[in-house]
Design a protein around this ligand. Structure first.
Ligand SMILES: NC(=O)c1ccc[n+]([C@@H]2O[C@H](COP(=O)([O-])OP(=O)(O)OC[C@H]3O[C@@H](n4cnc5c(N)ncnc54)[C@H](O)[C@@H]3O)[C@@H](O)[C@H]2O)c1
Ligand SMILES: O=c1ccn([C@@H]2O[C@H](COP(=O)(O)OP(=O)(O)O[C@H]3O[C@H](CO)[C@@H](O)[C@H](O)[C@H]3O)[C@@H](O)[C@H]2O)c(=O)[nH]1
Length: 431
């Protein structure tokens, strides 16, 4: 199939490269010339394991990039993968997606024959019919369901394992209102379904598909907040919450995954999507008490880390090493990272921060230009009076003698990654 992907960010680039690898001819369309040039040069605009190999293999062949939306007239399917960020009140800001939808609709006006528009961006149920379809209809002069189809196809890839997640999905969710749209989606995903024998394909309505995405994310965020709350209680009772989590995870109804307690969840999705669903609930006069608590527990975890550290070290005027800036390992993304909250708190309390991350320091330097960024965990620890561990990069688990160069060996671990050693004052956040 000929496929266009509008928006070549974290999701769009991965989806475009994977679909090319599955045999489709793909054009990635982005308004950012630098992204387009990078992809066309066979390189990836984001840090994502496995992606450089795919882009290098297919760029100039089955994968190309352009800033011209007109390119989508030569394709059968257009996937919309633009950002849907939070507004101040938590609700999602559709302005970028709507602008890109307008560009898409204007290009569709020139297209002969049926075309499927697939919304991959995360949007609240009802917004497609109310805000996206009308823009497509107006800009293209065509009617949804006749001249073109609209489908909702949420994406469940996680950053750091996005390629693997896309290529080996737990499920595919197709939300559409007519058979033609379902047919085009099946054709698009056929190579993936063939490669993943038995992968469930959920066919449902547009609104349900949109809600599946939110439900998936808030369920996982809620699971982590629940284990964090349990972990906070465990710590007070001198109970190792990781042993408790291992045991409850053996119950198949609970499952062992997403039971790692600590400094909490960040990223571009969990914070944005829980906020969006809470705002949507309030907009229809429903008080989402449990979702509020899920966020409340998460907001508290970095503060608890600072309080723990402050029990052992004066923060004002002392050098504190911050190990890990990315919101999780395997990515250079700092959106929603717990490290941003922790650094904010450290600076507020007058600490001198020495920060290290293998790939995310440049992104953090844009947010906190005055923090000292160093080239290794060892350099961050050297001479510091305390350390906070905020991302579970494997290399932090291998640290050993490096701790001996600290002025005070006080380590507060928010990810259960550091091996405590003799001479170290070690505090696990939830154990
Ligand atoms: N990041 C993830 O892992 C993930 C996973 C699942 C779903 N999602 C959802 O997918 C959507 C995209 O997220 P993301 O993290 O990839 O965002 P992103 O900000 O990384 O990428 C969006 C891209 O769209 C481009 N863009 C903006 N306007 C455009 C236009 N008019 N035409 C063409 N390109 C345009 C931007 O330049 C940018 O490169 C969001 O709704 C998000 O909630 C994200
Ligand atoms: O047991 C756990 C698991 C995760 N986390 C944290 O949770 C956050 C999110 O991690 P993860 O879900 O692995 O990464 P994301 O890339 O944010 O992926 C989530 O958000 C994506 C965007 O919507 C979805 O597509 C994915 O299915 C969903 O897992 C990170 O800060 C992790 O450190 C924990 O604290 N404990």
């Amino acid at each position: 199939m000929n496929v266009s992907v509008v928006g070549s960010g974290y999701v769009g680039t991965t989806v475009a490269a994977c679909l090319a690898d599955l045999g489709h001819d793909v054009v990635a369309i982005d308004i950012d010339q630098e992204i387009v040039d990078t992809v066309n040069a066979g390189e990836t605009p984001i840090h994502e394991p496995g992606l450089p190999e795919l882009v290098e293999t297919h760029a100039g062949g089955r994968l190309r990039a352009t800033t011209e939306h007109d390119a989508l007239t030569d394709t059968d399917v257009t996937i919309l993968a633009m950002q849907t960020p939070s507004r101040e009140d938590g609700s999602i800001d559709l302005s970028v997606l709507k602008a890109g939808t307008r560009d898409t609709g204007e290009a569709l006006a020139e297209k002969d024959g049926y075309h499927l528009v697939v919304v991959k961006s995360t949007v609240i149920p009802g917004m497609i019919e109310a805000e996206i379809e009308p823009v497509l209809e107006e800009a293209s002069g065509k009617t949804a369901g006749e001249g073109f189809g609209v489908a909702v196809n949420p994406e469940f890839q996680s950053q750091g394992s996005a390629v693997e997640d896309f290529m080996q999905p737990d499920k595919l969710v197709f939300g559409a209102e007519d058979e033609r749209a379902f047919g085009a989606l099946h054709e698009l995903y056929n190579p993936l379904v063939e490669a993943n024998d038995g992968v469930p394909v959920v066919e449902t309505g547009q609104r349900e598909a949109a809600m599946v995405k939110y439900a998936n994310n808030v369920f996982l965020a809620g699971k982590i907040s629940l284990i964090n709350e349990l972990g906070n209680i465990c710590k007070e009772f001198d109970v190792d919450s990781y042993e408790v989590a291992d045991a409850i995870g053996l119950d198949e109804r609970i499952s062992e995954r997403f039971l790692r307690s600590g400094v909490g969840w960040g990223g571009s999705c969990f914070p944005k999507d829980t906020d969006a669903l809470r705002a949507a609930a309030r907009s229809v006069d429903y008080e989402p008490q449990l979702l509020d608590a899920v966020v409340g527990v998460n907001d508290n975890q970095p503060r608890r880390m600072l309080d723990l550290l402050a029990q052992h070290v004066d923060l004002a005027g002392n050098r504190i090493a911050v190990l890990g800036l990315a919101f999780k390992p395997g990515t250079d993304d700092i959106r929603g990272s717990r490290a941003t909250v922790a650094i904010d708190g450290l600076l507020e309390r007058g600490a001198d921060v020495a920060a290290y991350d293998p790939v995310a320091a440049d992104a953090m330097a844009e947010k906190f230009p005055d923090v000292e960024y160093v080239e290794s965990a060892a350099a961050a620890l050297d001479g510091s009076n305390g350390a906070l561990v905020l991302t579970d990069w494997d290399e932090f688990g291998a640290l050993d003698d490096e701790f001996e160069t600290m002025a005070d060996q006080v380590v507060v671990d928010g990810r259960r990654i550091v091996d405590p050693r003799e001479g170290m004052t070690y505090e696990g956040l939830t154990w």
